[in-house]
Design a protein around this ligand. Sequence first.
Ligand code: URA
Length: 441
Amino acid sequence: MNMKDIIELKRYGKPLSKEQIEFFVKGVTDRSIPDYQISALLMAIVLNGMNTEEMTTLTMAMAHSGKMLDLSFAGDVTVDKHSTGGVGDKVTILLLPLLSTFGIKTVKLSGKGLGFTGGTVDKFGSIEGFRYEIPADEFPGHLEKCGMVISGASPDLAPADKILYALRDVTGTVDSIPLIASSIMSKKLAGGADVIVLDVTCGSGAFMKDFERAKELARAMIDIGNGAGKKTVAVITDMDQPLGNTCGNTLEMQEVLQTFAGRGNTDVIEVVCRIAAECIKASGKANGLAGDDLLYECATRLTNGQALSKFVELISSQGGELKNGLNPVFKDLPFEAMRVVAPESGYVYSIQTDAIGNAANHLGAGRKTVNDTIDYGAGIRFYAKRGDKVKKGDVLCSLCHGQKAELSDDVLFDVMDEVLSAYKISDEAPEEVPAVMEVLS
Ligand code: URA
């Protein structure tokens, strides 16, 4: 088989055979295909797409390029949840303990935050002692202890994706539904869970900027998952404003604790409960509950202390420090260094969410490259969200850095400008957008 012929076939919009796709992925993994040929094929895929059969074959080949986890030791249905990324996205942290109250076991493999999106393991990393590099052979012990484990993705899972993603990042080939779908689903399939629930975010703080593209990506991933014999569900959620009222690592953990205590934002609760309901139904653990009754049960367990006690078990199972056996001890706490106020009266019409994510990173909440250190106390606390009526001088949000960290006034004023230009204030009220836009299965 010859790589040049494969590139030319895709260049002319022809479907690739199973053998051709497997040849490609093998050559990517063992590095026998040069980067220029890999990149040429990636660009041809961006331009001419792939059908469902090709996407499924590509995903399976990428999944099998490394270790395939076997979670059968769990002795029950296992669930994995994935978000396509966002700003202020603390859904997983609330979801896992909630699912655990229904007896659902979760093995969550999660990436570190990069670019404007935050990473779930970094949020857990804000807790003293919390270990998030858990070797796969320790998963059974954690599942036995508390029914949950969260770990940074192992380098042995889907190594072909790591090579392809690094090349996509520098060749303008990230934004392609077949490539995004196969990248995400290869890691989910290698992770071994029986049920895959996808949170496909949509809006200015997401990969998918509009609803139709988000739906197309969701459909592609569901088709791949089902084709691989996994129950796969997707929930499309709004990311045209930050989720909840904080973004940043400790800040979001504190918001999680408030949510468990019944003082959470409605958008967060709605997203968590809808995703939980889909996981519960797909795992066969609904116990006769359905529709609004199931959602009500989820919201109740989320806020009445049941999910909180599971959360505490998870922290303790992974070595996190707890004061009085209950409250997470954070490495650093947020210090509110500057308030950003409304320059005029009106409605908050829109919030450019990727700009907010970048602003939080400039405060120290994220990293530019994987090796950068982060300031756990840094981030943004939101006081006004889309649709809120504000008067000139009202606080829109506050900029935080860690109490142990330092930030110059120059940086703070630059970030204030960035945040102000992300907020659009108008005389007109914006259209209401539900936090959960659609559920597809
Ligand atoms: N997340 C992934 O894991 N892969 C992509 O291609 C895009 C988002």
